[in-house]
Design a protein around this ligand. Structure first.
Ligand SMILES: Nc1ncnc2c1ncn2[C@@H]1O[C@H](COP(=O)(O)OP(=O)(O)OP(=O)(O)O)[C@@H](O)[C@H]1O
Ligand SMILES: [Mg+2]
Length: 400
């Protein structure tokens, strides 16, 4: 039987931690909350915002209701050190300071609301209703999409070119809803492979506002290359990336995968925490290499590192790019040296790829007959075929 998610979530226990240095406030909150018609699990914690990190880690509440003490920017700054680490936990502050500046600052750091003191019963219960709704929506739709991560074994392998062009092929030819996300925090360039448009927002902007992110917000922040293909570019300046945190990227990918059929991620080669979180969530990781010794050496290291991170052979699929018949090293030799199967090869085609890259026009659009376009079409078709139900894994069997 189908149940309304909001009704269903009312039956579930809403876990609330009430935090205040004033015992009377804690008692008063408990009284007011007895008016709620759902089931609540309440804990009262004496103290202020400094308690929230510990409570979040130990008790995992859905909501923290905290009474401010100083009601100023410093108090919000203290909260900001905690809230981004727990994006699924809502925090409502109680404060007599209702100035526009204080409220704006509160939203920026991830507070759901700042309710005035003394507490009005109606306002509190309405706020609780909004939290409940958010939880219900977050819990209701399971992620529909797959995350595919691309990573170069070495600089210049073609990882970004392949990620961007595969995203385009899946959207244009396979009619998938596709998001391309550039996680190269330093000098990311994925958006330029598909569009010359200057972005309105980047990964850094989304990370900063992660607590507001939903499907509509994400869609409106991306460059719209096609009606069903959005691109979220990397920050334009490396220093803007300094504040991007792994948990924000994790939340972004979660939202993206809830709203798109395929989320293609262009990963940095640094294997830092952001990259690893993105890879954790990926269905498949595609390391990209070419058929020369330096690539093979670095591929070996990368494969070893990915195995150490716990990603199995069903998840890590090697792509050989710029493949040429008669090359000094063959695909078979590479597979043997790496003791790893090659999933697919993409041919070398200097002129067509250079034209596509220079013009910012996807290769399947610019040079549909080129062998690279053909290989990308085939890969997109294979991935899409299995995405429609049945074994997604089947598409990942090596193509001969
Ligand atoms: N199949 C191909 N045939 C010919 N040239 C290619 C092919 N794939 C990529 N290239 C060329 O290689 C260049 C580098 O590609 P790309 O930027 O995608 O590499 P990358 O692995 O993302 O590099 P980085 O490490 O800088 O992020 C591109 O500008 C493109 O011209
Ligand atoms: Mg790149």
């Amino acid at each position: 039987m189908h149940r309304d998610p909001i009704e269903a979530s009312k039956a579930a226990n809403l876990k609330i931690a009430m935090v205040s240095s004033n015992v009377r406030t804690l008692e008063h909150l408990r009284e007011l909350l007895t008016g709620w018609d759902g089931s609540l699990h309440l804990t009262a914690v004496p103290g202020g915002v400094e308690q929230i990190g510990r409570i979040a880690e130990q008790e995992h509440p859905d909501l923290v209701l905290v009474e401010g003490v100083r009601h100023d920017g410093d108090e919000l700054a203290a909260l900001e050190r905690v809230t981004p680490r727990f994006p699924s936990m809502a925090v409502i502050m109680l404060s007599p300071n209702q100035s526009a500046e204080f409220l704006r600052h509160g939203m920026r750091i991830g507070l759901r609301e700042i309710l005035p003191l003394p507490i009005a019963r109606e306002a509190l219960l309405e706020a609780l209703g909004r939290i409940q709704q958010r939880l219900a929506v977050a819990a209701a739709p399971k992620r529909k999409g797959k995350i595919l991560s691309f990573i170069g074994c070495k600089g210049g392998s073609g990882a970004t070119f392949l990620a961007a062009n595969l995203a385009y092929a899946l959207a244009e030819l396979e009619k998938k809803q596709v998001a391309l996300i550039d996680l190269n925090c330093q000098f990311g360039d994925a958006s330029w492979y598909l569009s010359e448009r200057v972005p309105t927002a980047t990964l850094a902007d989304i990370a900063r506002q992660i607590h507001r992110l939903d499907g509509a917000f994400l869609a409106s922040s991306m460059i719209r290359v096609l009606p069903n293909l959005g691109v979220l570019p990397a920050p334009e300046e490396p220093d803007q990336a300094l504040h991007i945190r792994p948990e924000q990227v994790e939340a972004l990918l979660w939202v993206a995968a809830s709203h798109y059929d395929v989320v293609i991620v262009d990963c940095a080669r640094s294997l830092d925490e952001i990259t690893v979180r993105a890879m954790d969530q990926a269905e498949t990781i595609f390391p990209v290499l070419q058929l020369t010794l330096p690539f093979v050496r670095d591929a070996k290291r990368l494969i070893r590192a990915l195995a150490a991170l716990g990603y199995g052979r069903d998840k890590v699929k090697l792509l050989v790019n710029r493949h040429e018949k008669g090359a000094a090293i063959t695909v078979e030799e590479v597979a043997q040296a790496l003791r790893y199967e090659v999933y697919r090869t993409i041919p070398n085609s200097f002129n067509a790829v250079a034209a596509s890259v220079n013009q910012g026009v996807p290769i399947v659009k610019l040079a549909g007959r080129d062998p690279v376009a053909k290989a990308l079409r085939e890969m997109a078709a294979a991935l899409a075929a299995t995405n429609q139900g049945g074994g997604w894994l089947r598409s990942l069997l090596p193509a001969r």
